[in-house]
Structure formats: C-alpha cells, structure tokens
Design a protein around this ligand. Sequence first.
Ligand code: AMP
Ligand code: GLY
Length: 422
Amino acid sequence: MNVMVVGGGGREHAIIKKIKKSPKVSRIYALPGNGGIAADAVCVDIGATDLEGIVKFARENAIDFAVVAPDDPLVLGLVDLLKAEGIPCFGPEKKAAIIEGSKAFAKDLMKKYGIPTAAYETFDDMEKALAYLQTCRVPVVIKADGLALGKGVIIAETLDEAQQAVRNMMEDKVFGESGSRVVIEEFLTGPEVSVLSFTDGKTLIPMVSSMDHKRALDGDKGLNTGGMGTIAPNPYYTEEIAKRCEEEIFKPTMEAMNKEGRTFCGCLYFGLMITDDGPKVIEYNCRFGDPETQVVLPLLESDLFDIFLHVSEGTLDQAEVKFADDAACCVVMASSGYPVKYEKGFAIHIPQEVEDVYVAGAKLSADGRLLTNGGRVLGVTERGKDIREAIERAYQSVKKISFENAFYRRDIGQRALAALEK
Ligand code: AMP
Ligand code: GLY
C-alpha cells in the first residue's frame, strides 16, 4: 500500500520507522518530513497545515492510507477531507479532534460525564476572569482555550502573575484567537503520566505508559518545551492506578465522545496527574505525543500498520497489540538556546551503530549532509531490561552523536528511578 504520513518531527519519524516494517506497506511519503526522515520515506515539500495541497497530493499519488500525526491538521479537519476523497485514515475527524482543539470543550466533557479533572471555570470576558481570580488560591493555572504550540498553559504563583497571564491572553492576544477564551483551573500536584491509547470508538487499548520531561533544564527547571526526553514504562503508573484509569477515565472518555456524537478514532492521549485523590486528567491530545511516541513505539512488538488499519475499519478488537515488557528511554538533543533563540545549519554526525535516532529538526544540504534545522534536533532512544539500563544506554548513544551547540538534559528518567527506589 502507498501510505502518506502527515507531519515532520521526531514523532512522525518514529511512526514511519515502525510502519516501514509492515509487509503491507510498500511506499511511504512524508509531508513534509525532514532531512532525517528522508532516509526512511519520500519527503514531499507540502506543509502539514496545507490541507488543500495534501488532499491534492493524495489524489494524484494513489495514496491508499493516510496517517495524520500533528494536532493542527487534525483540528482543522484534514481527516474529514481525506475520507471524503475515499482515503482511509488513522486520526480523528474534526468533530472528535476538538477534545484537544478546545480546552473548554474537554473540561466541559469531563464535568458532564464525571471524569476526574481539576476544578475550573471558563471565561470569554476578561473582566469576569480577572474578578474570578480574586477568589482563587495560588498557584493557579491559566489556559488558552485553543491550540498554542504547547505554550498556552501558565502556572501563576501569585495573583499578579495570574492577572498578567489573563491580560496577555485575552487583551494582548499573545496566543492569537486561541486565547480569546481562557480556562482558569485549580493547581494539582503529583507525578505526571502520559498514556497513549488506540481506539476505534468501540474498543480502547492503552499503550505502555510513559513520562515526558517538559522543562528545558535539569531538575525540571527552565522554560516549558515540546519535551526534552521520555521514559517508558512510567513507574508511577502502577497496576492499581492503571485499573482506576481504565475504569474512571479511559472508557468513560471514549463513551462520552460517542454520546456526544463525536466518536474518536485514532490515538487518544491522556495526560494524567496522579494526585492524592487519585488519577486526574490534565489534558487530552487527539494524537500521538512527542516525544512519548519515541519510547512507546519502539516497545511495540505488533505490526503498527495493521493496528492502524483495524482502527480505521472499526475492528480494533481483532488487532494484536502487544508491548515488550522491557523499558525505553529517549533523550532529546536540542540546539543550545532552545526554546527561545538558537542557531541552525550545523552538520550532524550520527554513527551507523546508533540505530534508534528520531530526527525532528534537520534538513539535507545540497551535497546530502544532515544539518540542524530546528530547536529540537533529534531524539535518541535505547531499550534496556529496566529503566536504569535504558537510561544508561540512551546516554551512551547520545555521546556518540555530535553537532555544534548541542544541548540535552542529563537527568532524563532520574525522578522515575528515585521513585522506584522508594
Ligand atoms: P499542557 O500544555 O496542557 O500539557 O500543560 C503543560 C503542563 O502544565 C502540564 O504537563 C502540567 O505539568 C502543567 N499543568 C497543566 N494543568 C495543570 C494543573 N491543573 N495543575 C498543575 N499543573 C498543571
Ligand atoms: N509530549 C506532550 C505532547 O505531545 O503534547
């Protein structure tokens, strides 16, 4: 089959490397892909939000199946357009992608169906939002309603900061229209767990749990980023917690979406916090997480493309979904200065022996050299019999890769290790 993967980051590289192994897949196109993905797929220079361009490409290139990986094209309705052309897809339709596209929608859904989450209020009116803040305890969490490149969440430590965040979003529109509506939410504490799941609206199969590291610097300091590294499984996600999540969160969410006439087909991502009152939803994503995918998929033993087909056909109950019981760690190597200001264009050296490299921000030069071209440049994943071994191996591999101005966190997985030793 001719398969098209929309997107061009480390997550898409991980998806492509996995489906490439399927006997059913003959050719893979990546739109737009990147310089590293070019080693595993045919990259086509069409951006992930150029919906018209993507549909035209699919029509003209006999695409048999599409995987839409990033949030923006999903929220904009790319899957609806492709399905209208008769192209089966992995990814939710627009009406279901709203679970990530609008935080207010997600919060209202949870309230209506009794799914545990932080207490909140939604505001379209800035004065009302500011007045409400006067009644809140700090820290308090301010969220722009729409997509904001993962930056629309502010944890305000003081009332002043909270008011400033609301003004920035609602008056100065720092996140554009995404911030015309804000959610003000209770601050929760506890370890965070990411659980990605496959669902066709009838069956939901959670994948192995993982832990992201969102802050730029060691010790969870510095600015929020797209994710600096991941480990799987997440030791905080015990069997008991998993059972509660399945009963109180996963299944109820799938059913709630069905009841709303918004059946979700694709990868539903649960961002969870394990609080003293049990697991609560911090956020839903309508797609694979990045860089969670870079540790979760390497542990998948089954044929990923086969699972995609089953999800799109509504027969997920017949799919084989099996994960290895060892562990994985992904360390992201970024450009120094990320997520603010950084230089690009440095040559990247990756020795052959390092296999699981997922390239996020790189391009090929005219003479075929791989050059840095983004903040997050690549992720290196290694497996081990347990998290400790996976972490050690990942850092050994990181040391073999070089580019000028490379920077990475040295403590990916350390908090998880400490939790295991408790
Ligand atoms: P998001 O962009 O929704 O993934 O949120 C970014 C990060 O903000 C999350 O990973 C959490 O660490 C934090 N966060 C979001 N909501 C809350 C909350 N209600 N309480 C505490 N931390 C939160
Ligand atoms: N790693 C978090 C996300 O993909 O949103």
